[in-house]
Design a protein around this ligand. Structure first.
Ligand code: XUL
Ligand code: CO
Length: 438
């Protein structure tokens, strides 16, 4: 029995069910474009916001009943949290969870103690995973909450802090490996600066590049076959975060020779905060060959901070789903609910309702996107826009057989008179909207 035992295991009951604790659209075995829905979505519940966050904000204390939390977490509290989390996970029936080292373990003050406490909880997690069949989508080390990380971890001004970060990442990467995790994530929450006046940009980036190279070397040394993922975010908590968006991460990876080793974990609201569309970030990552995984929580377009809300609007997700389907779907990644309840959502049932609605939203977006892709009209519209490039002139330019002078001479000699043609944007938008019917 736990805080979450009052709800019976959540099942698919179809769109007409009167049961609020059932999936209306998410039918994990339903075939979509030759793959089970569960295998397209690969959904995960995050440990930290769901079980390790009591609902505090910068103006007020926690509101949510989380009896296993306190200023210092004992082993008994960590175990009670684990019991409750896996009770919830198995009743919700998603295939994956994600966690930070410190979310799960008893509080430690030295690195020896950290290693010891992590080992204890690893064994307990392993038992729970075996008993429930829930798998690990990714693990990550929290390198931002403790005061020692105020000036960053891999970009800290203090090499001893950098050493602490190395120890935490080595520990959590190895635990993730032993638990069969599919990915290891690094979110550089404090890898950035508040003011350039006191920041040595080049030195910090070089330290960060070296850190990531060491992580990749270690991954290969221990034989971890999953993906290493960086999670872009433009700011918060720092004023400027180095991994501000997919393009910045790609430039960073290239500079340090890591573009073939590291991918991205894209979060919807981090794109919003960067002033970009979510589908832009997905398309950019697919284009650069660094698409990894997704944190599917959204923001509020009127707020400039990270509200971490559960998704509830399928239509706005469809363009990203079209890109995802056309890109072949996830390999090691999945949709992680890095989402928080609101502070007034104090009933244990609210955590179920939030996830059920969020998962049904993803299922709706998947079905709509699969119809868009199957219909082929959007793909044909896009291809037709570039029709000229499939002709003789376009092919000569694309193949590199013309240089600036020969092309300029050709354009002049043949008196090119191009005219504006419709981009068919309104039709493209309509092709998305008409399929949002699930
Ligand atoms: C913070 C954020 C993190 C990462 C994991 O904005 O998204 O929770 O997902 O550290
Ligand atoms: Co996230």
């Amino acid at each position: 029995m736990s805080l979450f035992s009052d709800i019976a295991p959540v099942r698919f009951e179809g769109p007409d069910t009167a049961n609020e604790y059932a999936f209306r659209v998410y039918d994990k075995d339903r075939q979509v474009l030759g793959k089970r829905m569960e295998d397209w979505l690969r959904c995960a519940v995050c440990y930290w916001h769901s079980f390790n966050w009591p609902g505090q904000d910068i103006f007020g204390a926690g509101t949510l009943p989380r009896p296993w939390l306190g200023p210092s977490i004992t082993q008994a509290m960590a175990d009670a949290k684990l019991d409750a989390a896996f009770d919830f996970l198995s009743r919700l029936g998603l295939p994956y969870f994600t966690f930070h080292d410190v979310d799960a373990m008893a509080t430690a003050t030295t690195l020896k103690e950290h290693e010891h406490n992590l080992k204890i909880i690893e064994a307990h997690i392993q038992e729970k995973m075996a008993a429930t069949g829930v798998k690990l989508l990714w693990g990550t080390a929290n390198l931002f909450s403790h005061p020692r990380y105020a000036a960053g971890a891999a970009t800290s001004t203090d090499p001893e802090v950098y050493g602490w970060a190395a120890a935490q990442v080595r520990g959590c990467l190895e635990v993730t490996h032993r638990l069969g995790g599919d990915n290891y994530v690094l979110w550089g929450g404090r890898e950035g600066y508040d003011s350039l006046l006191n920041t040595d940009l080049k030195r910090e980036l070089d330290h960060y590049g070296r850190f990531l190279s060491m992580v990749v070397e270690h991954k290969h040394r221990i034989g971890f076959k999953g993906s290493i993922l960086i999670e872009p975010k433009p700011f918060e908590p720092t004023k400027h975060q180095y991994d501000r968006d997919v393009a910045a991460v790609y430039a960073f990876l290239q500079r340090y020779g890591l573009a073939k080793e590291v991918k991205v974990n894209i979060e919807v609201n981090h794109a919003t905060l960067a002033g970009l569309d979510f589908e832009h970030e997905v398309a950019a990552a697919l284009t650069y060959g660094i698409f990894g995984s997704i944190d599917i929580n959204r923001g509020d377009p009127r707020n400039g901070w990270d509200t971490d809300q559960f998704p509830n609007n399928a239509q706005e997700l469809v363009p990203a789903f079209v890109a995802l389907i056309e890109g072949g779907g996830f390999s090691t990644g999945g949709f992680n609910f890095d989402a928080k309840l609101r502070r007034q959502s104090v009933d244990p049932a609210d955590l179920y309702l939030a996830h059920i609605s969020g998962i049904d939203t993803l299922a709706r977006a998947l079905l709509a996107a699969s119809d868009v892709v199957t219909e082929r009209k959007l793909a044909e519209l896009k291809k037709a826009r570039y029709g000229g490039w499939d002709g003789e002139l376009g092919q000569r330019i694309e193949s590199g057989s013309l240089n600036l002078a020969t092309l300029a001479d050709l354009a002049t000699a043949e008196n090119f008179q191009p005219t504006v043609r419709s981009g068919r944007q309104e039709l493209a938008e309509s092709l998305i909207a008409r399929h949002c019917k699930y």
